[in-house]
Design a protein around this ligand. Structure first.
Ligand code: NAD
Length: 334
């Protein structure tokens, strides 16, 4: 197996790169990353494996992607590269369309080109629960057949890319699957996202800005569990255990409100609750996401392994123990 991972220097990508290198039979892992503000070379600086190669470049560069696929004899693409922060998509949609939609289009066309040269290739598209829209408290969790109903520009760009993948499966007969996961937490997440932001603010005794009433609910999953889910789906596609066109949800049955998370971080960092500051809510803020992931359990034999309390404790500790990493993200605003 010779794998091209896009966005491997980002939060989830670096966990996927590390774990891919542990899979027997993996001969090559090429990480194509443009190193935008959220991509950090530090995330993989400890990986010293001769099967690993980093390529600094964009998925939007079709020639680069096609040459990499050909020269590295790539047999699987794991596509994670994206603009990933909802707040940024509210301020400026263009980079989200360019990377998430057009970048995915470039990768899909490269797959078709590779097939035309008789080089079979599998494509795993990493997507999000946000494409399904928002749930009310009493609604049942999203399943793989829930209609797409994106409600912010980030979610719309991911839903558009999911649909492009489905269209390429149907029209060009490519071998591809889509994975959709709930909110991730864990080490090396860029500190614009809730858990690292609150942890680092608490550690410097700064205000903890909570959107609206803080009652928004997400199903939080440890990044290692997500990375292993993506890799088990990849393996199942590679060996023909699942067919092209399948969709898999990943989640952790771990619905938490933003406010409860902030309170837990307060306990773990030992700061005062008065640091909480309720700020104006994000426009169009989705109320609740929850994932039904029975299909992944039944077909892939996957389940989330890391308990929330332990996972969060270890994550907060990781940010405390890694000030150099935090410093390496400081040149960018968040
Ligand atoms: N973080 C979550 O909770 C979550 C949940 C479900 C799905 N996802 C999806 O997982 C993927 C990874 O998310 P993340 O949280 O690691 O994001 P991230 O922002 O931490 O990382 C994104 C990576 O993509 C790279 N990148 C951006 N544009 C690129 C381009 N044009 N070419 C090559 N590389 C480029 C960045 O440099 C960065 O390394 C995304 O597709 C996201 O939609 C994330």
């Amino acid at each position: 197996m010779r794998i091209l991972i896009t966005g491997g220097s980002g939060f989830i990508g670096n966990h996927v790169v590390r774990n891919a290198l542990l899979i027997p039979g993996v001969e090559r892992v090429v990480n194509l990353d443009a190193l935008t503000y959220s991509g950090n070379p530090e995330n993989l600086s400890d990986v010293e494996d001769e099967r690993y190669r980093f390529v600094h470049g964009s998925i939007n560069n079709g020639d680069l992607v096609s040459n990499l696929i050909r020269d590295e004899h790539i047999s699987v693409i794991l596509h994670l590269a994206a603009e990933s922060h909802v707040d940024r998509s509210i301020n400026s949609v263009q980079p989200f369309i360019e990377t998430n939609v057009d970048g995915t289009r470039v990768l899909l066309e490269s797959v078709v080109k590779s097939m035309a040269n008789d080089l079979p290739i599998h494509f795993v598209h990493v997507s999000t629960d946000e494409v399904y829209g928002s749930l009310e408290k009493e609604d049942s969790a999203f399943s793989e057949t829930t209609p797409l109903n994106p409600r912010n520009p980030y979610a719309a760009s991911k839903a558009a890319s999911d649909m492009l993948v489905q269209a390429f499966i149907n029209t060009h007969n490519i071998s591809a699957i889509i994975t959709r996961c709930s909110n991730n937490y864990g080490p090396r997440q860029y500190p614009e996202k809730l858990i690292p932001l609150m942890t680092l603010n608490a550690l410097s005794n700064n205000h903890l800005p909570v959107y609206g009433d803080g009652m928004q609910i997400r199903d939080w999953i440890h990044v290692e569990d997500h990375a292993n889910g993506v890799l088990s789906a990849m393996l199942a596609l590679y060996v023909g255990k699942i067919s092209s066109g399948e969709v898999f949800n990943f989640g952790a049955d771990n619905e938490q409100t933003n406010l409860d998370i902030v309170k837990e971080i307060i306990v773990q960092t030992g700061v005062d609750e008065s640091l909480i500051q309720f700020v104006q809510d994000r426009p169009g803020h989705d109320q609740r996401y929850a994932m039904n992931y029975q299909k992944a359990e039944q077909i892939l034999g996957w389940k989330p392994e890391i308990a929330w309390k332990t996972g969060l404790q270890e994550t907060v500790q990781w940010y405390m123990n890694n000030p150099e990493w935090v410093e390496s993200t400081r040149q960018n605003e968040f």
